[in-house]
Design a protein around this ligand. Structure first.
Ligand SMILES: [Zn+2]
Length: 113
């Protein structure tokens, strides 16, 4: 993720964000909404890892509760329908770019062929 986007998240969610945000720019708004939803649910929750795994968003939190897990799951599911590069939801499919699996929209997939 671009530094200015990552910095924005770090500043806005400093008390709960305990890890770098290792995903593409396209998922900025998913990550931001997820953090906001988690904070609304619990003031104690900490996000300990955010990464892209097997093409989708993976977020690890502590402590976990059924409700918090459900929120995380909801946003992880959303990531499969949003281009990790640009955030578009148009013709989003799984792709492999330089051996790394990801989800890309039609335009980005074309650019990275
Ligand atoms: Zn795209």
């Amino acid at each position: 993720m671009r530094k200015e986007l990552a910095d924005k998240l770090a500043a806005q969610y400093s008390e709960m964000l305990r890890c770098p945000v290792n995903v593409g720019d396209g998922w900025y708004s998913i990550v931001r909404k997820l953090l906001s939803a988690l904070r609304k649910e619990s003031s104690k929750v900490r996000v300990i890892n955010i990464e892209q795994e097997f093409g989708g968003l993976q977020v690890y939190i502590n402590p976990r509760t059924t409700k918090l897990d459900k929120i995380v799951q909801q946003y992880e599911d959303k990531s499969w329908k949003v281009c990790e590069y640009c955030g578009s939801a148009k013709e989003v499919r799984r792709h492999s770019v330089s051996g790394r699996r990801t989800v890309l929209c039609g335009d980005c997939a074309h650019d990275h062929k």
